[in-house]
Design a protein around this ligand. Structure first.
Ligand code: AMP
Length: 295
């Protein structure tokens, strides 16, 4: 342990704007770390007693974390890879999903990246990833580095193809481009600085935070379901709501024909689960959200 690591707040770099910022902040709030007095243009805010958020560009976060200026960061895995910096990935946070893809002009007729001729000009804000990708498939390219509006480059004759982020593909289509290859899938990650992880006091706090964030993410995919079910159908009910380790069965103070069954169920199957329980004679069905889940 370093001398003052027990007293200094642990710094977390969060995206200050853009696609990842709102969801990242909400996730920390859900885990119980709400920024204290967050003015809209604040560059720093305390997060509980042990942490301090700094708000910086998502693309700069791998640098802050690799240099140890922040112990932790939240940013896209695409940006981590493009930075080429050494950070440790702790959690896939599941949001900010997109893919980095190769796209050509619709009329080019090329359907595979490996069919592109040597000397192809590639416009991209991901020069490192693009270079590595084309090298791996044996196509020699020239990079035209750009920081945005990459889709326009093929139409201006600056490039033949682009390597850019896509989520639905509608922006590409709108710009007369056609996706021919996926280079990588990306999502937001919690990353840590190797130097912070080497300090045992800091490491313990980071592990606790990571567990808290993970419990919020796991809870989002689940619901807590309660229903009164006929005792006679209990075996069938158990098959429908197995829960984490079998449903909890609670006595109902009536003639003895009913019990209450409680279980954690998959959020995306709640609709079907309710239908099946009803068919088994269930009544008084109640479904609630879960704040945290640590199986
Ligand atoms: P920003 O430029 O600050 O909006 O952040 C961009 C980051 O958000 C990217 O590097 C990705 O990790 C993520 N992202 C998620 N979906 C998309 C998308 N459709 N286009 C661009 N970036 C996306």
């Amino acid at each position: 342990m370093t001398k003052d690591s027990a007293t200094r707040p642990i710094r977390i770099a969060l995206p200050n704007k853009g696609r990842l910022s709102e969801r990242a902040l909400r996730l920390f709030e859900q885990a119980g770390l709400k920024p204290a007095s967050l003015a809209s243009r604040a560059l720093m805010a305390d997060l509980g007693d042990n942490f301090q958020a700094i708000f910086v560009r998502a693309a700069d976060i791998p640098e802050y974390v690799a240099d140890g200026a922040a112990a932790l960061g939240v940013t896209g895995s695409d940006l981590v890879l493009e930075s080429g910096r050494d950070v440790t990935e702790l959690l896939d946070l599941g949001f900010g999903r997109c893919r980095l893809a190769v796209a050509t002009k619709e009329e080019s007729g090329v359907t595979r990246a490996s069919d592109l001729p040597s000397g192809t000009r590639v416009a991209t804000s991901f020069p490192r990833i693009a270079r590595n990708y084309f090298e791996s498939i044996g196509v020699e390219i020239k990079i035209a580095p750009m920081s945005g509006a990459v889709e326009i480059a093929p139409h201006l004759g600056i490039a033949d193809v682009i390597v850019d982020l896509v989520s639905t593909g509608s922006t590409l289509r709108m710009n007369g481009l056609c996706e021919i290859e996926t280079v990588l899938e990306s999502s937001a990650r919690l990353v840590a600085s190797p130097s912070a992880l080497a300090d045992s006091t800091v490491r313990t706090a980071i592990d606790e935070l990571s567990t808290a964030l993970d419990s919020v993410l796991q809870a989002e995919e689940k619901r807590y379901l309660m229903a009164n079910v006929p005792k006679a159908r209990l075996d069938e009910v158990r098959a429908v709501i197995p829960g984490l380790s079998g449903p909890t069965i609670v006595e109902v103070l009536d003639s003895g024909e009913w019990v209450a069954a409680h279980a954690v169920v998959d959020a995306d199957r709640v609709y079907q689960t309710i239908g099946t329980l009803k068919a088994l004679g269930a009544e008084g069905i109640l479904v609630t959200r879960i704040e945290r889940l640590m199986p």
